[in-house]
Design a protein around this ligand. Structure first.
Ligand code: ATP
Ligand code: ZN
Ligand code: MG
Length: 403
């Protein structure tokens, strides 16, 4: 079934198997990567209907068949045989009263506090920057509580490193590749004279670019593990902290400050024996519980899984759930009655220790875990709950931001 609108075509697809409620969001987020012609995708909450907005000249049986086949493939791979994970709630402060219930984006833009360079790329003004600095102070306080050593990491990450930790099969869809012009006088001259942008981007022929050796880093803690690879872990344990730019291409899911292509993550990272990592992850959660209470944020901490791509999703999500590997801090967004992950508590077991050959004094592979915060997101969630008028903010935040 379809009809034509001025924005393109609307195509409805009936899933071969109904999508259970707990997978509706996961499937919907993956539809962004199914076909370049899809401009918007929505899975009905009941899971038995998918509506696609498609950029195409005319509706043809072939277009329908192609989209139907790809969408059914996603559903089959993600849904068939999936079991419902038991969501574990570690803290629930979702109903903490907060004064604001608008989408703060419009006012942020009007005040010059947020300006969009392109989809998923934003500049932030003084108020938002000071608010992020306030949260950064809290995260540095968390790091201090563990005597975590500070590190700085590059924004680029070598392709061969990501390959070594199976990143390409787990998260291929959100990778951002880096290249440069080939070291060739003709290629560089040609580019200098003819490079121009049309509505699709640069007009440069793909063979002008060198083969990809580096990507934009999708996370911070990987860099620490790479620096520890192929050697015994000095002292047998390590607490570290770093902040860095991270990149995840989230296609049509990129939306306001909620979901960026280019964002900033602060991590506190633990490497050592299993008990050490698990105990510190739990201590970090308890420390943050106090901090978040002071900031007044309304949130819940609950079990979650990483956004694995379609082929890896079902197995890996079940694995993470069964072993309680990931918990998210989900802040309330009152204006859309939803929640948004502003941070996560992660335990990787000995995955990085094994793949990168990081060994403990007894020769066994090190375990790792990290606590990761999205700086733009936590500021956005706070503003969605408290608005832009600092007089409405909790005293500790107001004083820190406004003196
Ligand atoms: P989500 O569930 O929203 O896709 P995630 O589970 O992929 O996030 P993590 O890998 O746990 O996120 O990353 C740690 C934190 O980094 C998240 O809790 C979030 O605050 C932030 N983050 C992740 N992806 C983005 C993004 N695309 N834009 C802005 N912040 C992000
Ligand atoms: Zn991490
Ligand atoms: Mg998540």
């Amino acid at each position: 079934m379809s009809d034509t609108t001025h924005a393109g075509l609307t195509i409805e697809i009936t899933p071969g198997v109904a999508i259970p409620a707990h997978l509706v969001g996961e499937v919907q987020s993956k539809l962004a990567y199914v076909d370049e012609r899809i401009r918007a995708a929505e899975v009905a909450p009941s899971g038995d209907r998918i509506t696609l907005q498609v950029q195409a000249e005319e509706d043809t049986p072939q277009l329908q068949a192609e989209l139907d086949e790809k969408v059914q493939r996603v559903i089959d791979t993600m849904v068939k045989g999936a079991f419902k994970p038991k969501i574990q709630v570690l803290e629930d402060h979702l109903q903490r009263p907060t004064p604001y219930n608008q989408d703060p984006m419009q006012e942020l833009v009007a005040r010059g506090e947020v300006s969009q360079e392109a989809t998923g790329m934003f500049s932030l003004g003084p108020l938002v920057t000071r608010l992020i600095d306030y949260f950064e102070d809290q995260f540095l306080g968390l790091a201090d509580a563990f005597d975590a050593n500070p590190y700085r990491f590059p924004t680029l990450i070598p392709a061969k490193y990501l390959e070594r930790v199976n990143y390409f099969s787990a998260f291929p869809h959100s990778l951002s590749f880096v290249t440069h012009l080939r070291e060739d006088l003709d290629v560089i001259d040609e580019f200098a004279q003819h490079a121009a942008c049309d509505q699709h981007g640069l007009n440069t022929p793909p063979d002008s670019f060198a083969q990809v050796q580096a990507l934009l880093s999708p996370a911070v803690c990987y860099h620490l593990y790479f620096s520890l690879a192929d050697q015994p872990l000095p002292n047998g344990r390590l607490a570290a902290t770093a902040v860095g730019s991270c990149f995840r291409y989230e296609a049509i899911n990129l939306a306001s400050l909620e979901r960026l292509w280019n964002f900033t993550m602060r991590e506190v990272i633990f490497v050592g024996p299993k008990d050490y990592v698990l105990k510190n992850r739990e201590n970090a959660r308890q420390h943050m519980s106090q901090v978040l209470e002071e900031t007044g944020l309304a949130y819940r901490v609950e079990s979650a899984n990483d956004p694995f791509f379609i082929g890896e999703f079902r197995k890996q999500a079940a694995f993470q759930s069964a072993f309680q590997l990931k918990f998210e801090i989900r802040a309330r967004l009152p204006f859309e009655d939803s929640t948004l992950a502003v941070g996560s508590y992660n335990y990787h077991q000995d995955f990085f220790g094994r793949h990168l050959n990081i060994s403990l004094p007894d020769g066994s592979p090190a375990h790792t875990g990290c606590v990761a915060f999205g700086l733009e997101r936590i500021a956005f969630a706070f503003l969605a709950q408290y608005g832009l008028d600092v007089r409405d903010w909790p005293a500790s935040v107001r004083e820190a931001v406004h003196g």
